[in-house]
Design a protein around this ligand. Structure first.
Ligand SMILES: [Zn+2]
Length: 97
């Protein structure tokens, strides 16, 4: 797998092809949210007023990324974050094989 050799996804900010896939972040947020709510229910005060709200917020913030089915990428050169479509992502997966 030659990750540096792909030229399907180019950073829109600096033109570098050294990009990292960060799209699984929404999935992590969703599971973290479910986890916090499930645990928070059983912990009085701290669980109810801290863990559950934080869990709900992280679940909600994971939803837009899931709905739009966009893949999040981050440039390793300039730390610029951007989104690409599923079609572009499939081409990227082919390119780094
Ligand atoms: Zn860049």
């Amino acid at each position: 797998m030659n990750k540096d050799g792909q030229n399907v996804i180019i950073c829109k900010n600096c033109g570098s092809n050294k990009v990292n896939f960060t799209g699984s972040l929404s999935l992590i947020l969703l599971f973290l949210g479910i986890f916090l709510v499930c645990i928070g229910i059983w912990i009085p005060i701290f669980g109810w007023f801290v863990m559950i709200p934080v869990g709900v917020i992280s679940m909600i913030s994971s939803l837009p990324a899931m709905l739009y089915k966009k893949k999040n990428f981050r440039c390793t050169s300039c730390k610029h974050s951007f989104k690409i479509s599923n079609i572009e992502y499939k081409e990227y997966k082919q390119a780094i094989k």
